[in-house]
Ligand binder design. Structure first.
Ligand code: C5J
Length: 222
């Protein structure tokens, strides 16, 4: 079984046949100017900067032939799956469902809702559309993981303290052994990312472990 010896707070073992990588919301709506993230007043450049690292992680994972799951935060075109509290929240004139430069904000099928081109899902890879911040809420993710016998999950994606951390906590509560790939995730706020990474691995991995893309790569090569 591969081990990431340098994982924090202590080494992380993952059985290859029971481990999946979950890449959270690497969508144009969060990462490119003109999307939901930018509409909320965020500078997206921190998120754009991790695209090459995430692409490297995906390439290593695919080469190893391991299951890769991508998520997208979005809503049906009639917004029937969007709670009013989410719809009215925000500090911008552009809200979920409104037309923006990349189509309707956070709506399924719109150009902005797609993955950034460098990180597109390949045929055969599972894509989970999720109406919430967590990847388990109102989705088939847990059934899909059970069907594949998955017990260990590595996480990357955006944003660290919102959809990534929420999904990781949901997974941890469901009994999955979770690890956050810390340079394959990012936040609009560096201090929030730093705090989330610390919270996850604090108290003896209370939510899970953390490691870098290089450390994951080295463990897979060994
Ligand atoms: C947010 C996400 N930040 N994917 N979504 O609204 O983290």
């Amino acid at each position: 079984m591969p081990t990431i010896s340098a994982a924090r707070p202590y080494p992380y073992n993952f059985p290859l046949e029971r481990t999946a990588l979950v890449m959270i919301d690497m969508q144009r709506d969060f990462i490119e100017p003109g999307g939901f993230g930018a509409a909320l007043g965020n500078d997206v450049s921190r998120l754009t900067a991790i695209i090459p690292t995430v692409a490297r992680l995906l390439a290593v994972w695919r080469k190893a032939g391991l299951p890769l799951i991508h998520t997208r935060e979005n809503h049906r075109p009639d917004l029937s799956d969007c709670p009013p509290a989410k719809l009215t929240r925000g500090n911008s004139s552009l809200r979920i469902g409104d037309p923006g430069p990349m189509g309707r904000i956070l709506v399924q099928g719109e150009p902005g809702n797609d993955f950034v081109p460098e990180l597109a899902a390949l045929p055969g890879e599972l894509v989970i559309d999720k109406p919430g911040k967590g990847a388990f809420y109102a989705t088939t993710l847990q059934d899909e993981l059970k069907a594949r016998g998955i017990t260990h999950l590595l996480f990357g994606g955006v944003t660290t303290e919102v959809c990534v951390q929420t999904s990781m906590r949901e997974a941890n509560d469901r009994g999955y052994e979770c690890l956050l790939v810390e340079d394959a995730t990012e936040s609009y706020f560096p201090e929030f990312k730093a705090a989330a990474v610390e919270m996850i691995r604090a108290q003896g991995a209370i939510v899970g472990w953390t490691a870098t893309t290089d450390q994951v790569t080295a463990a897979l090569a060994s």
